[in-house]
Design a protein around this ligand. Structure first.
Ligand code: UGA
Ligand code: MN
Length: 253
């Protein structure tokens, strides 16, 4: 099966560095197709050129988050849902462009700031419905994970923050079979979902708890980390810009 990784991305100082990190991982994954969706009115030259030289099989899409849902520069990071319209666009692209009769595939939501081991992709590759695994450094804990019973089935969630959520895990903690998108043609992420309920808003449309397929040695291994990249200090650059003397604009960073 092909792994279709869906990545929402937005313009910011660290964007290119993040894309380099992801590419350096994804180039090692066999049978991989990257769907990179810019949160933007248009496809930016930075991302367009980056993808063209990446060496990856990819699809480049864009859709801007509606203004009333868009994060503002100084909003706390959790105030608004992120990457929702972008993931939904990618789901529709897959439904329209990939024929499941001739292609077997697995869909994974790979945010641009996380850290992915190569083993993770082999764990998810054979997913019948939805496979799940632990995510490191998230939810205020060392890790969050599905709780797996003696019978090898998921019983609930090890999480500190709202463990009563139907699927109390991060976006990075699951993958789904491409055929579910055809089976449930209206399944999508809900931009109005309460904080922390985005994953649940989608998964409740596709599976039940006892259908989940635990991976990573029955959810005992961490193979993906919810890393967050520090916002760089840009004070001096801003001062230079104010003086009309920015760093050489021909240098792409
Ligand atoms: C957590 C989860 O890891 C996300 O998958 C989930 O979308 C988010 O919560 C949420 O509840 O909305 P966090 O690490 O705080 O995420 O989110 P970010 O990594 O800042 O954003 C998730 C993705 O959306 C990233 O790939 C990012 O580039 C993209 N994004 C972010 C946009 O496309 N537009 C934005 O304005 C902000
Ligand atoms: Mn993140």
């Amino acid at each position: 099966p092909t792994i279709y990784a869906i990545t929402p991305t937005h313009t910011r100082h660290v964007q290119k560095a993040e894309l380099v990190r992801l590419t350096n991982t994804f180039l090692h994954v066999k049978n991989f197709h990257w769907i990179l969706v810019e949160d933007s009115e248009y496809r930016t030259p930075l991302v367009t050129n980056f993808l063209a030289q990446s060496g990856l099989r990819y699809t480049h899409l864009n859709t801007a988050t509606p203004k009333n849902y868009k994060m503002k520069e100084n909003d706390p990071h959790w105030l608004k849902p992120r990457g929702v319209e972008q993931r939904n666009l990618a789901l529709d692209w897959l439904r329209e462009n990939i024929d499941i009769a001739t292609n077997s595939g697995v869909v994974y939501f790979a945010d641009d700031d996380n850290t992915y081991s190569l083993q993770l992709f082999e764990e998810m590759r054979f997913t019948e419905k939805v496979s799940v695994w632990p995510v490191g450094i998230t939810g205020g804990l060392k890790f969050e994970r599905p709780i797996v019973g003696e019978d090898g089935k998921v019983k609930g969630w090890y999480a500190a923050w709202r463990p009563q959520r139907p699927f109390a895990m991060d976006m990075a903690g699951f993958a789904l079979n491409l055929n579910l998108l055809k089976k449930y043609p209206n399944a999508r992420f809900d931009i109005t979902a309460k904080r922390g309920y985005l994953e649940s808003s989608f998964l409740t449309q596709l599976v039940t708890l006892n259908e989940l397929e635990p991976r990573a040695e029955l959810c005992t291994k961490v193979l993906v980390w919810h890393t967050r990249t520090e916002k760089p200090k840009w004070k001096e650059e801003d001062a230079m810009i104010a003086k009309g003397q920015p760093s050489d604009p021909r240098v792409e960073v």
